[in-house]
Design a protein around this ligand. Structure first.
Ligand SMILES: *[C@@H]1O[C@H](CO)[C@@H](O)[C@H](O)[C@H]1NC(C)=O
Ligand SMILES: *[C@@H]1O[C@H](CO)[C@@H](O)[C@H](O)[C@H]1NC(C)=O
Ligand SMILES: *[C@@H]1O[C@H](CO)[C@@H](O)[C@H](O)[C@H]1NC(C)=O
Ligand SMILES: *[C@@H]1O[C@H](CO)[C@@H](O)[C@H](O)[C@H]1NC(C)=O
Ligand SMILES: *[C@@H]1O[C@H](CO)[C@@H](O)[C@H](O)[C@H]1NC(C)=O
Ligand SMILES: *[C@@H]1O[C@H](CO)[C@@H](O)[C@H](O)[C@H]1NC(C)=O
Ligand SMILES: *[C@@H]1O[C@H](CO)[C@@H](O)[C@H](O)[C@H]1NC(C)=O
Ligand SMILES: *[C@@H]1O[C@H](CO)[C@@H](O)[C@H](O)[C@H]1NC(C)=O
Ligand SMILES: *[C@@H]1O[C@H](CO)[C@@H](O)[C@H](O)[C@H]1NC(C)=O
Ligand SMILES: *[C@@H]1O[C@H](CO)[C@@H](O)[C@H](O)[C@H]1NC(C)=O
Ligand SMILES: *[C@@H]1O[C@H](CO)[C@@H](O)[C@H](O)[C@H]1NC(C)=O
Ligand SMILES: *[C@@H]1O[C@H](CO)[C@@H](O)[C@H](O)[C@H]1NC(C)=O
Length: 591
């Protein structure tokens, strides 16, 4: 009897735990078979990375607090990890899909991601994080809808359209990698793709015959939510639609103050939602344009993506010149002022019913300050590398989070400098020592002549300021302490700085990286390690049962675990929760 009541108490514990965790929120399942297919988006056949045979991959469409379960089958000839950019992976960097936290999925293997999109809403995308693979595809949109009970700060749109824009090379990622390994630049991209397709033939000198282009069909008078993501390699793109205003409404999980733009600069890795009303007379179709920015247009004319906005009552094809890009060659503040105009709607609800601005970031004291300085590429030990604060990051063969778990020493150093190193740049696995529940200020200083954007995993950060020149303590006087946007990817203009604030409440090891693939590949990244000094499982989930082992821990990996385990786990977990629900309803009977 004693043992039975012990069992009952134990089960009550499990049931309580289950109800506090994610079990009652719906599970959304996806199977991702990642493979090469042949496509000719710019008229030249090439191998692109497809998901379930599609390029780009499917859009994941879920609701706040859903559990997302994605079984990834690697049919490539190289290692794979999928990362969910901007999804915060609360308490579980195990699911983040970057090499500092997760072992790669080897070719022919399965691995099942399982994470909850806790307290999140907005527009994001996923992509393969290793080895420049994103330059060959493998990306797709990721939507998190508000729960029905939480109002969105605009009328429900009549349609929802995901638009993936990005610069594109006809060389595949292995060829691009070879160029970087040989110390070369990637050179000018061959074009810009919109949803995996090349440009509409708006000019037959610039666009050859027979290119397949994207068409967005819309109904007159309706308002659509366009979710636009720059999934490209390294080019900032100016996005615009002929004759239509873009009403900015959301960016990477935050509702913005709603403002009209005729065009917006979207930097590599960034996501925006626009509300676009089809208020034109449909005398023709309209151009949707994504063109290269901050480059010499004489050489970059071909680096322009053109798709078609087609009203169902359209009277003809789009014709004539494209709508003009901003004419700001001699005004370097134009784009920055536009960026500063993107603000948080502090009175709108976010994922929860309370206003987004109820977290008053401007009145929280900063605990740590880091200046991360980007410089032009340098040669270290005979190889061309990029640096942040004088350090070119080397990914350890054993992921940092895994090494911590198994108490393996010497994998990395917790010594990332708070100020840029002044000596010779060096190769290191140097990580930021984050203070759990601290409030960190990071200044990104771009000392290069190229635009960069930076991404932080695990968090949304507040963009509080940006300006040209070197950041100084006095720069804090210009900070926006009230309605700076909370997002996960921010641009840093050449010769300028951007300041961000992060509340370090998410335990784990999180990647901070250049989103430009070439800069990232050559070493411009680090991690921030956030550990709760108190031993508890409440602030971080334990390692998942299917955690892969590699590097110094590869002997812990059981090969037979992989072959068929992952697909069964899904069904078993369903069965397990069903059993659990039955047991939980029976428990009151025992008492
Ligand atoms: C990438 O391109 C190179 C030629 O540049 C080719 O040899 C290689 O097979 C291609 N790789 C894939 C995966 O398509
Ligand atoms: C901000 O959100 C509120 C609440 O949903 C909404 O009423 C208001 O129109 C929004 N303001 C702007 C400027 O977007
Ligand atoms: C996403 O799913 C919701 C239902 O949960 C549906 O209303 C909405 O249209 C879907 N959005 C897209 C873009 O498919
Ligand atoms: C097409 O582009 C070429 C090269 O930029 C330009 O010289 C030509 O005027 C354009 N043609 C038309 C019809 O706009
Ligand atoms: C944005 O532009 C549309 C016309 O395209 C107009 O109806 C709307 O009032 C504008 N909204 C704002 C907030 O300026
Ligand atoms: C439709 O709009 C265009 C551009 O605003 C204008 O030139 C044209 O005359 C309009 N056509 C009709 C039939 O109203
Ligand atoms: C762009 O390139 C052309 C040709 O190389 C050159 O003449 C021109 O000065 C360049 N423009 C700028 C703004 O650098
Ligand atoms: C911030 O620091 C100031 C002075 O160092 C202190 O007076 C204030 O109480 C602190 N604020 C918070 C919210 O901790
Ligand atoms: C990391 O920071 C914590 C305080 O947050 C400190 O106790 C610890 O000594 C630091 N570790 C290293 C290696 O500097
Ligand atoms: C790089 O930094 C140095 C020293 O602060 C400064 O003189 C130079 O103008 C900077 N260059 C750029 C492009 O930011
Ligand atoms: C956390 O969970 C793990 C595995 O579920 C368990 O081994 C460990 O004892 C737990 N730690 C604490 C402090 O509860
Ligand atoms: C991967 O998972 C699928 C089911 O989702 C299964 O059919 C297949 O056998 C698995 N393959 C490997 C190599 O794990």
């Amino acid at each position: 009897m004693a043992s039975l009541s012990f069992l009952a108490v134990f089960l009550v514990h499990i049931c309580l735990f289950a109800s506090f965790s994610s079990a009652e929120d719906p599970n959304i399942y996806h199977e991702f078979e990642v493979s090469y297919i042949t496509a000719s988006p710019l008229g030249v056949p090439q191998q692109v990375i497809a998901i379930n045979g599609n390029f780009p991959g499917p859009t994941i469409n879920v609701t706040t607090n859903n559990n997302v379960i994605v079984n990834v089958r690697n049919k490539l000839d190289e290692n794979l990890l999928i990362t969910w950019a901007g999804i915060q992976q609360r308490r579980s960097s195990w699911q983040d899909g970057v090499p500092g936290t997760n072992c790669p999925i080897p070719p022919k293997w399965n691995w099942t991601y399982n994470f909850q999109v806790k307290d999140q809403i907005g527009s994001f995308f996923y992509f393969p994080s290793l080895n420049l693979q994103r330059a060959s595809g493998g990306f797709g949109g990721f939507i998190i809808n508000n729960r029905a009970i939480i109002p969105i700060p605009f009328a429900t749109p009549d349609g929802d359209i995901t638009i993936l824009i990005g610069d594109w090379y006809t060389r595949n990622h292995t060829a691009l990698r070879k160029a970087l390994d040989a110390g070369k630049d990637l050179g000018i991209p061959d074009g810009v793709l919109i949803n995996g397709k090349g440009p509409y033939q708006y000019n037959n000198t610039l666009v050859p015959d027979g290119i397949d282009y994207a068409t967005f069909e819309v109904k007159p008078g309706k308002t659509y939510r366009l979710r636009v993501h720059n999934v490209g390699v390294s080019t900032t793109l100016n996005f615009r639609i002929q004759n239509h205003n873009l009403l900015l409404a959301e960016s990477e999980g935050s509702y913005t103050v709603q403002q009209n733009y005729t065009s917006l600069d979207i930097h590599v890795g960034q996501s925006f939602s626009f509300l676009v009303t089809m208020d034109q007379n449909a005398s023709s179709d309209y151009y949707v344009v994504a063109s290269a920015r901050f480059v010499n247009e004489t050489h970059w004319k071909k680096v322009t993506g053109v798709a078609i906005l087609h009203y169902t009552n359209s009277k003809g094809k789009a014709a004539g010149p494209l709508p003009e890009a901003p004419n700001d060659e001699f005004d370097k503040t134009y784009s920055m002022n536009q960026a500063r105009s993107i603000r948080w709607n502090v009175s709108a609800s976010g994922a929860r019913p309370n206003p987004q601005g109820s977290f008053r970031y401007g009145s929280i004291n900063v605990t740590d300050v880091y200046v991360l300085k980007n410089k032009p590429p340098v040669v270290i030990n005979g190889r061309r590398r990029t640096t942040l604060s004088g350090i070119s990051f080397v990914n350890p063969s054993t992921p940092i989070r895994l090494a911590d778990w198994k108490k393996l020493k010497g994998v990395y150093k917790l010594d990332f400098p708070t100020r840029p190193l002044t000596g010779a740049p060096r190769l290191e696995t140097s990580v930021i020592n984050g203070t759990f529940r601290g409030f960190i200020e990071i200044i990104l200083q771009n000392n290069d002549t190229k635009m960069q954007s930076y991404h932080v995993d695990g968090y949304a950060f507040f963009v509080v300021g940006m300006d040209y020149g070197d950041w100084t303590e006095n720069s804090r006087g210009t900070y926006n302490k009230w309605d700076g946007i909370a997002r996960s990817t921010v641009q840093v203009y050449p010769g300028a700085w951007t300041a961000i604030l992060i509340s370090l409440d998410n335990v784990g090891v999180w990647n901070i990286r250049a989103e430009n693939l070439d800069s990232w590949y050559l070493g411009q990244e680090t991690y921030i390690r956030v550990v709760n000094p108190e031993a508890t499982n409440k602030t971080e989930l334990p390692a998942p049962d299917n955690a892969l082992f590699c590097g110094a821990l590869s002997k812990l990996q059981k090969p037979e675990d992989i072959s068929s385990a992952t697909s069964i786990i899904i069904n078993e977990s369903k069965l397990f929760f069903t059993l659990l629900m039955i047991i939980c309803t029976l428990i009151p009977i025992f008492y």
